[in-house]
Write a protein that binds this ligand. Structure first.
Ligand code: PLP
Length: 409
């Protein structure tokens, strides 16, 4: 299996991992509890041996999906969660303590920004910096710094951090480097290749891809030496240090906090993941064509898309993402156009929050996800009142172009 390509590996992983009656999909296991014939075996699983006890800590179905995500990221292991936010929350709340300092990108998903507000309320110090430049990250360092967080491609501004330089610096300083890879997907970039310690993917987006299941995952790339991380609790300092971080995330994040992925959702996500590369390639090529056409349009003031030569990190994207630029773009219309009237004229594009769906989705940002934070923080994050987030799907490109054309007219 090791030499097979991305899609072949995903398609055949269930069947090769443990054949149950030759089933090519891992069955959906709804069982809440798992019984044992041998009491010693039961105790061993409670004490850390691989196995299943109670579904809050996972089922054979979620474990099979976790293995697929690990293969995609070429990581050491993965823990799945009910949503991407549950995965992010578990990572920060289980690995950081009051007094610790976290350096985060300033261009991040609105709900992650809100989550950091909660974390700050519990005594974690947070600095928001422009991660496009590693010098800004380095300047924020303090003796209490434990972790650096960035989105591989920022939602919704499409900024791209200097991921490799940040990875090298984190290694030097022995910091945990958490990368949210949701918008890029492991097809375009493996977090490990830029030195990330932990990679978070929202499985609700491109990996599931069909808008019919929520999920999230944290993958340990195997690069960080957890034996040097002070916040790992004593019971998890056992066995290979590579596994300590993920064990703590699983025990405290899943077992204690309970944001568990259901087997039903895991099955849907696993099925969706089979076509990730087909869908993503199509969505990326649609997005590039749309960005190129709209950037010439007189009623469009600005397009934020890494595939355009005028994007500040165009070269970085070309180098890191293998000639694909993702399927998300920011569009700012000229002031004369009323954003709401424009949105109401669209016929093919779906007016909905969410992204990474097969369908093209559009959302005005300032009035929705970024509403709660107020105008000042919005301005810092580069979200103007006429900023539209568009998540490009796999429709026929002519239909997408025509829909924009008629709504702008
Ligand atoms: C959507 C999203 C999340 C949260 O994922 P959910 O599965 O919706 O909870 C986290 N990070 C980024 C970049 C996202 O786009």
């Amino acid at each position: 299996m090791a030499n097979n390509g991305f899609t072949t590996t995903i398609l055949h992983s269930d069947r090769r991992a443990s054949v149950e009656h030759g089933a090519i999909h891992k069955p959906m296991h709804p069982s809440a509890e798992y019984a044992f014939a041998d009491a010693r075996e039961l105790a061993a699983v409670f004490q850390g041996k691989a196995g299943f006890t109670y579904a809050r800590q996972g089922t054979p179905t979620t474990a099979a999906l976790e293995q697929k995500i690990t293969q995609m990221e070429e990581g050491a292991g993965t823990v799945s969660f009910a949503t991407g936010m549950a995965a992010l929350a578990a990572t920060f709340f289980t690995l950081l303590k009051a007094g610790d300092h976290l350096i985060s990108g300033q261009h991040i998903f609105g709900n992650t920004n809100s989550l950091f507000g909660t974390l700050a309320g519990l005594g974690v110090q947070i600095s928001f910096v422009d991660t496009a430049d590693v010098a800004a990250v380095q300047a924020a360092w303090r003796p209490q710094t434990r972790m650096v967080f960035a989105e591989a491609l920022a939602n919704p501004g499409t900024q791209i951090p200097d991921m490799e330089a940040i990875g090298n610096w984190c290694r030097e300083k022995n910091l945990v480097y958490v990368l949210d890879n949701t918008l890029v997907t492991p097809l375009l970039l493996r977090g490990k290749s830029v030195g990330a310690s932990l990679v978070v993917n929202s499985l609700s987006k491109h990996i599931g891809g069909h808008g019919n299941a929520l999920g999230g995952a944290v993958t340990d790339t195997g690069l960080y030496d957890w034996s040097s991380y002070e916040n790992i609790a004593e019971p998890y300092r056992k066995g290979s240090p590579t596994s300590w971080g993920l064990t703590q995330i699983k025990k405290k994040g899943l077992r204690d906090m309970g944001g568990t992925l259901s087997s039903e959702a895991a099955h849907r996500i696993a099925t969706g993941a089979e076509t990730l590369s087909l869908r993503m390639e199509k969505a990326c090529s649609n997005a590039l064509a749309l960005a190129q056409a709209l950037s010439q349009h007189p009623k469009v003031a600005k397009i934020h898309y890494p595939g355009l030569a005028n994007h500040p990190q165009h070269q970085r994207a070309t180098q890191l993402f293998g000639g694909r630029y993702g399927a998300l773009m920011g569009i700012e219309l000229v002031d004369e156009i009323d954003v709401f009237d424009f949105l109401n004229r669209l016929k093919v594009l779906v007016l909905a929050t969410h992204l990474g769906d097969n369908r093209t989705l559009v959302l005005p940002m300032a009035h929705t996800i970024y509403y709660e934070m107020g105008p000042q923080r919005r301005a810092e994050m580069g979200i103007s009142d006429n900023f539209l987030r568009v998540s490009i799907g796999i429709e026929d490109i002519a239909d997408l172009l025509a829909d924009f054309e008629q709504a702008l007219r």
